[in-house]
Design a protein around this ligand. Structure first.
Ligand code: MLC
Ligand code: AMP
Length: 466
């Protein structure tokens, strides 16, 4: 059958592709589509009518079942980072309006109904296309993370565009070990496999050894993962038998591209996206894969490049502008934030905040973020403002400024400049890890007498040693 024409979001869980033993394996635990579907539908029957449901998004089979249950019920799924501290977790749960938590969650501070996973259920009717599939929290330059509402239609369109770009079929075995609370690991990495109908092996953690052992055909990773794979040549050479290696969520350094090519024989495919837009640009399985470039818009997506003065920037491969995207993969808006949603759009065009160039062939290169206050570390997006707020909640800190410093492993490393008394760097790092989440912790704390400020009193982050 032609999967892309199926009206179902996840045809594999509706019996449309037959059954497959060992269809999904997470951290060594396998399940067939039929069992996954029965558990998802059985659990879904207990969720019907809820506004949204939260999930403790550990990399486990239970998480996959819980997500599939929310989707089967037509109830928006809110994946909560498993390492979220109480401040971040309570923000996500309160802001999302989640009415229950599905599956196990060790959240002593959260008063939500618990829905246990059921073992047996029959198919529920397919929810409408415009129903929200997911609410994913993403950091901005200031304030707490915002809830990005992604419809079933956007998820389906985004996955179909990638299936076409990557020649991704039911014959593939997808392997990755990415977190299940962001679109890379969850939408592409789980829903993608269930939509295309391929096997999925989630390795629990994205370690080089686990990638090598999994013997997949299609691999996903953030650049940090690919850099670590290259640092273990024996693991890298085990990927020679794969069909396609895909990198995204942050810029893939050209040196890592070249090492991957030398060690695995593959030119990696690089693709670009955002939580708000899903994946919009990619090099193609059957096209040029140019180091440092993220290729062409996927099916259903359009882009434009806007100069500082608001006019169209030339597509000459040199002129830098802000990348705007439009099309079928875009989110519905930031939950409960109409002003933020309106500010993010110019008519139908979403302003990505990324600086890019486009060449005469339509190939795109991402040059960087427009704001110093957005940090990408290990592929995680972290707003400087939320880390600064967490630092300021510690009694020894009077002032704080957070920047991203270049880092060979993580792309960027979070560095905190602080003014205060009796500063204990390790204690401050732990404070952020425990308040927000582990991946938002500064890797360095630098104690300074004062922060550089302009005449208006604004911190001049460009002057902080980077
Ligand atoms: C360290 N640890 C601590 C700690 N310090 N725990 C508590 N408190 C502290 N102070 C522990 C961690 O819990 C972890 O434990 C271990 O130390 C290592 O932590 P780490 O150093 O932070 O992790 P690291 O190995 O550096 O992670 C690298 C990584 C990770 C690549 C695996 O950054 C990652 O998973 N990145 C993927 C991000 C992603 O998926 N982004 C997609 C966004 S969507 P333990 O036990 O867990 O080992 C998007 C759109 C798009 O961008 O285009 O895709
Ligand atoms: P997130 O909000 O976590 O979805 O992160 C989205 C951001 O990640 C984008 O706005 C880009 O800055 C960055 N990003 C994603 N993919 C790439 C890529 N291939 N190259 C450069 N930056 C990327």
């Amino acid at each position: 059958m032609n999967q892309q024409r199926s009206p179902s979001l996840l045809p594999s869980l509706r019996g449309e592709l037959g059954d497959r033993a060992d269809a999904v394996r997470v951290a060594g635990e396998p399940v067939s589509w039929a069992t996954l579907s029965a558990m998802a539908n059985g659990t879904a029957a207990r969720l019907l009518g809820a506004r949204a449901v939260a999930i403790d998004a550990r990399p486990t089979l239970q998480t996959v079942i819980a997500v599939a249950a929310g989707l089967a019920a037509g109830v928006a799924v809110v994946p909560v980072p498993p390492d979220a501290g109480p401040v971040e977790r309570s923000h996500i749960i309160r802001d999302s309006g989640a009415e229950a938590v599905v599956g196990a969650a060790d959240w002593p501070d959260v008063a939500l109904a618990r829905i246990e996973l059921a073992t047996d259920g029959s198919l529920l009717a397919e929810p409408a296309d415009d129903v929200a599939a997911l609410i994913v929290y993403t950091s901005g330059t200031t304030g707490s993370p915002k809830g990005v509402v992604l419809s079933r239609r956007a998820v389906a369109a985004g996955l179909d565009g990638l299936a076409s770009a990557w020649q991704w079929t039911a014959d593939d075995t997808l392997v990755h070990g990415l977190p299940l609370f962001h679109v890379h690991g969850l939408v592409l990495g789980v829903l993608g496999a269930l939509r295309v109908g391929c096997r999925l092996v989630h390795t629990g953690k994205p370690t080089p050894a686990a990638y090598a052992a999994a013997q997949g055909s299609l691999y996903f990773g953030v650049p940090t993962v690919w850099g670590r794979v290259c640092a273990e040549p024996a693991a890298a050479t085990a990927l020679r038998s794969a069909r396609l290696l895909v990198s995204g969520s942050a810029p893939l350094p050209v040196a890592v591209f070249e090492q991957l090519r030398a060690l695995t024989g593959h030119h990696p495919v690089e693709r670009y996206g955002m939580t708000e837009t899903l994946i919009t640009l990619s090099t193609r399985a059957d096209g040029e894969r140019r180091p440092g470039w993220v290729g062409l818009p996927i099916d259903g997506v359009r882009t434009r490049l806007v100069g500082d003065d608001g006019s169209a920037a030339a597509h000459d491969g040199d002129t830098i502008g802000e990348l705007h995207v439009a099309g079928s993969t875009l989110f519905d808006g930031y939950l409960g934030r109409p002003e933020a949603t309106a500010a993010a759009f110019d008519d139908q065009w979403f302003r990505t905040g990324d600086a890019a160039v486009i060449d005469a062939d339509g190939f795109h290169r991402i040059v960087g973020r427009q704001s110093l206050d957005i940090i990408k570390t290990g592929g995680f997006k972290v707003g400087a403002g939320e880390v600064e707020t967490a630092l300021l909640s510690h009694p020894s800190v009077l002032e704080a400024a957070v920047v991203g410093a270049p880092d060979d492993d993580l792309g960027q490393r979070i560095v905190a400049y602080v003014v205060g008394s009796d500063i204990d760097a390790a204690a401050l790092i732990e404070h952020v890890a425990a308040t927000l989440s582990v991946h938002k912790r500064p890797r360095d704390v630098r104690v300074v007498d004062e922060l550089p400020r302009n005449a208006m009193g604004k911190v001049q982050k460009g002057l902080l040693g980077r």
